[in-house]
Design a protein around this ligand. Sequence first.
Ligand code: GLU
Length: 423
Amino acid sequence: MQLNTPERKLVKEGLISDYLRSIMADNADNSEGQTAQYIAALRDADPEPFATALCTLDGRIYSSAYGGSFTDANVAADQVEFTIQSISKPFVYALALEEHGIEELMKVVGMEPSGEAFNELSLEGDTKRPVNPMINAGAITVNQLINGSESSVEDRVAKIHDFMNELAGRKLMLDKQTASSELESSDRNLALAHMLRSYHIIQDSAEDAVNSYVQQCSIKVNVRDLAVMGATLASGGVQPLTGKRVMKQSVARQVQSVMASAGMYNAAGRWMARVGIPAKSGVAGGVLGTLPGQLGLSSFSPKLDEQGNSVRGVRVFQRLSKDMGLHLMAPEPRGRASVRSLTEDESTGESIVCLQGDIDFIGGERLYRTLMEHQLKHKQLVFDLTRVDGMNSVGRKMLTNGIELLREEGFSIRIEDPDGLLA
Ligand code: GLU
């Protein structure tokens, strides 16, 4: 049996998507929280869709949708589109950094965590700058920098929209209905904009500034888009599907640093300690995560906790981080290729896969990608674990499940495991 026959789907879909599905199944019964109440279009949204996605830096997307009654039963939750809301903030910050550079930005917006709610009026005492670009005051300020101070709202939004399209690698829609619904209850954001204007931090009228900002928040994405956008940041600015550099490496680093300290509203400190992944959430229920050098992650589930973060999304991220050893501060060594070599031994009639380093989720994923992409010559497959230093539970599970699936596909497998890693 050749590896690239349709049966290979079993391995491809059996491992990672199944794992994602199992995490979601564990959290699907959680009905805590409520949809964002202050925006009518979000308040009345279907609270059920639940989806999660991962994107590797070379553009492989894994997504999983959990069942339930969705608005459109034909659309799986990983295809359901929702407004990006605050998850636009890091990306528009990136665009502003590209256009103006960090020095200019620092004049109008800081980079300290505020520890306050997203719509808090947090301005620095002396400079009157908003403390960071992840709270609304900062995001409205950053929005105003796009396309220069003379720009019309339309051109500014078009510029942002184009950039979002480049990040997602496809044309995204802008949901005018949600934008106008939000404008009907924008007193707080208007107050922020008036205040910013009174300190000469922004120049446009408060109405135009909020209109422009609200439209940026109304661009629609699905979890797969978000994972790709996260992977673009994680890779240092190269869009994984198009291969195009969409921002400088220094910009991607700056954006993720601010996300790490201020991305999760007033839960940012707890988030960093428990999950340890730079992230940004939005009130429509999306969560975006970036694991620098490794992955983009995302989830979608509309019910929010008191901080405005998706209840099921937070749980999914906690699990992903724990199971996959993704916490940035964890001491687990990373980045070593898991597959050292794949050799065809004609004398024994065996295909030999030699693994090395630490097998975690990323290592397991690389192994399966290697198996998918190579035509193995022999039906005798050897996994040589002699050079493997360690394995976490997900790495071990991926390896054992994968071996089982390969056996089901007719391969005969031999494992060289002198240290008993799989025992
Ligand atoms: N457009 C929303 C607002 O400004 C975004 C809030 C959020 O996602 O946190 O209120």
